[in-house]
Design a protein around this ligand. Sequence first.
Ligand code: NIG
Ligand code: FE
Length: 417
Amino acid sequence: MSSLLLRNIKGLVQAETEIRREVRGAGMAHLPVLENAWLLMDEGKIAAFGGMETCPEHAEKVVDVAGRFVFPSWCDSHTHLVFAATREEEFVDRLRGLSYEEIARRGGGILNSARRLQQTPEEVLLEDAWRRLNEVMQLGTGAIEIKSGYGLTLDSELKMLRVVRKLKEMSPIPVKATFLGAHAIPTEYKENRGAYLDLVVNEMLPRVAGEGLADYCDVFCDSGFFTVEETDRILKAAWKYGLKPKIHANELDFSGGVQVGVANNAISVDHLERSGDEEIAVLQKSQTMPTLLPSCAFFLGIPYPPARKMMEAGLPVVLASDYNPGSSPSGNMNFVVSLACIQMKMLPEEAINAATLNGARALELENECGTLAVGKRANVFVSKPMASLAQLPYSFGSNLVETVVIQGEMWKNNLMQ
Ligand code: NIG
Ligand code: FE
């Protein structure tokens, strides 16, 4: 590995001398930006930074980035990046008036993805997921979480998680794996939900944990999917194996998902499109992070979560992409940040904090990623020339990510052809 010096940086975003684990509430509007700066990366890590008046003369590679901003890479803490097929037929069904829930009740949705995934060989899943991972890295993502949940049988859940493990091994960015066996009740268990719960708790969890295939456990706790009691049972069982909860909650209804997540010390509760004062009050008394997925609300045409109310209540809001074939067929974190501003009225500074440092915290990677602090991973991106920081969320639909640096090296995508 070699040293790389970026000089004449217009704004060095999240340049941090005092280490913060996360940013909450009103503090989210504060985003440190060092103007007219340099950044030195060495041995894959952030080595030093400062104002141009102190710029070092030498490094193995020196790049002048005048007019450009340098950001810590996005930390995308919620994705379903491993899947077998896109679902544009259901997209068209929704355009014609069917709801997401109606499609799911007819055996489409997650069950449709599960049927396809069960028939798809592991190598094909890996090749497709690797292409998607490279695509989002090109768009500035530098740490990511990936869930199972389209297997829904012991073999297929293990197959998905083995694909995630291979991605962990192959990828130059950190990858966290989440077991989501309780994503939907398979059709053959419709009349006997308890038997599927038993399968998840008594067979899937021990195998997943025994083979070290997951870092977290998720449940889709929502109307039409898993109840609060079922969620509680799975999360308690997962904790016995050291798998911390990160759950889907309150997307389709005021489901009690936030409450059961908090009661089980979840790292994060994600979605929260249906949350009010009660959910916010419960989160205020906890360490659980609220993770918002605005590209899902955008794609499904459902209400956006109340991000401003959450920040006013002092919560550490997180933004993630939810990249999946059913509710957010995009992993573009730049678009997520734009939507957070445009639709949830987050300020650019708040949205960038939510997608970097708070995203890192929701992945328990805050010591490695999320800000530009000496010793952290040198995963950063350089913007195209921009007049100000706000131009990034403002320019929705344009790609302002010009150069990606991973582990201190200029990165080019590495697609398996
Ligand atoms: O986060 N809500 C649950 N799971 C995914 C969507 C799954 C799908 O439709 O395939 C989500 O939105
Ligand atoms: Fe999701």
